[in-house]
Design a protein around this ligand. Structure first.
Ligand code: GLU
Length: 453
């Protein structure tokens, strides 16, 4: 076992999205930096909302991002007995107790607190039940929860990102650790697992800061070391609102389907909340340079323009091998020799794999598109075909310019027309590139087709 052990603990209640994939990635980088262990734990005790398809989605998307684990996955749903046994151990120890208050009673207490404008805290009514009363209630088959017994303690910890944190357990009062259906609450199963899996650093989202004092109380009660806590600031959308799990556009699957490269996405996610002089990093460079202790505390805005920009950069800079591998994963099939050549030739012309694929499909299909067939346009195209037929040299750009000038053709109009005929779009790919990719014979054939149809 390594000295450093971290974990990623998603709840499978929705698609993996930028917010939690970023947590996974930072845990991964942190463990790689320290030769540590990285554990995957699936927090699936919420039987109502957890779904198997989401577990599969999480695993697939993590694998696509290149985030790998050294241990797990552990499924909390398979560990329920462990949490139950611990809950009763705490009862025996006097750190927790059985609470028989009905849902109606609790609801009433909550309403009263609301009326008075106080935050809700359990009244502690069942704290002092005698052994006989408990026995009687159990014999009657009354449902109960198990509550942790708070003692008016101060809880302090030094968060690796947010600094010194102070809480008082009076702020939340005696909290439930085991529900009446026998399932643990998140705080309980999480703390017990962090203890049993010997987690040394808990890296997660800022929204869990307020859970941390409860988890520390539980960890103290089971006499385990307290890990270091590092809470990463929340990722916000462009309107500075918290990302919603239900918003499709933030899901990794959506970005993947839209042709974003995993390398660009990883780079992007690390830059949420962390700044460095340069902005483009491979995963190995991130492992070398990233410093979690330098992450800012304010919410990190998810700016898709930046993601697009990074993606464009990675489209151009990935090694050929990696690039082809990404495209073949995107298409979910192997590429033939011609497609490989085309893809490498056109990679600089597009912003993402989706665009690239669309362009390749057009080119491979060999269609021509109905651009306006005026006499002038036909004349330009014919002269250009003639130029291509006789072109033998290497300096295509220069010769093409000379050709356009000597015929007094407007450069822009010419390129727009050719692009339209050959790709159906008036903007985008460079015609020079297209000639290089397809070869002059094929271009001439296609232009002929356009003239004749
Ligand atoms: N299942 C929790 C979540 O997805 C885990 C939080 C934690 O890392 O403790 O938010």
């Amino acid at each position: 076992m390594s000295d450093v052990r971290v974990r990623f603990a998603p709840s499978p209640t929705g698609l993996l999205h930028i917010g939690n994939a970023r947590i996974a990635l930072i845990n991964y980088i942190f463990s790689r930096q320290r030769n540590g262990d990285f554990i995957l734990r699936i927090d699936d005790t919420d039987v109502q909302r957890s779904r198997k398809v989401y577990i599969q989605n999480i695993m697939d998307d993590l694998e696509w991002l290149g985030i790998t684990f050294t241990e797990g996955p552990y499924f909390q749903s398979e560990r329920i007995k462990i949490y139950r046994d611990y809950a009763y151990k705490l009862v025996e120890k006097g750190d927790a107790y059985l609470c028989f208050c009905s849902e109606e009673e609790i609801k009433k207490e909550k309403e009263e607190a609301k009326k008075k404008g106080f935050p809700y805290r359990y009244s502690g009514k069942c704290r002092h039940l005698s052994k006989e009363e408990i026995k009687k209630n159990l014999n009657e088959g009354l449902p109960y929860v198990i509550r942790f017994k708070t003692r008016g303690e101060k809880i302090e910890f030094n968060d690796g990102v947010f600094g010194k944190m102070n809480f008082n357990d009076r702020d939340f009062g005696d909290f439930v650790i085991l529900r009446s259906n026998g399932l643990p609450t998140y705080n309980f199963s999480s703390a017990i697992d962090d203890a049993l899996l010997n987690i040394t650093h808990v890296i997660r989202g800022e929204d869990h800061l307020s859970n941390t004092p409860k988890q520390i109380l539980i960890l103290n009660s089971v006499a385990r070391n307290i890990p270091e806590f590092l809470h990463l600031p929340t990722v916000l959308d462009e309107e500075r609102k918290k990302l919603s799990k239900r918003e499709e556009c933030f899901s990794i699957r959506h970005l993947k389907e839209n042709g974003i490269l995993p390398q660009a996405l990883c780079n992007f996610m690390v830059l949420l909340g962390w700044h460095c002089k340069s902005e483009i990093f491979t995963i190995d460079e991130l492992i070398e340079k990233y410093n979690i202790y330098k992450v800012g505390r304010s919410g990190a805005v998810c700016d898709f323009k930046k993601l697009k920009w990074l993606n464009k950069r990675f489209m151009r800079t990935l090694s050929n091998e990696r690039f082809i591998d990404s495209l073949s994963r995107y298409l979910n099939r192997d590429l033939n020799e011609r497609e490989r050549k085309l893809a490498l030739c056109l990679r600089d012309e597009t912003e993402d794999l989706k665009q690239l694929n669309e362009l390749m499909e057009i080119i491979v299909k060999g269609d021509v598109f109905p651009a306006e067939k005026t006499e002038k346009n036909k004349d330009v195209v014919k002269k250009f075909m003639d130029f291509l037929l006789h072109f033998k040299g290497e300096k295509l750009k220069q010769e093409l310019n000379n050709f356009l000038e000597s015929n007094s053709f407007n450069k822009r109009d010419f390129y727009t027309l050719l692009r339209h005929i050959l790709t159906g779009k008036e903007e985008g790919i460079s015609i020079l590139k297209l000639i290089l990719c397809l070869g002059k014979e094929e271009i001439i054939n296609r232009l002929n087709m356009w003239i004749e149809t």
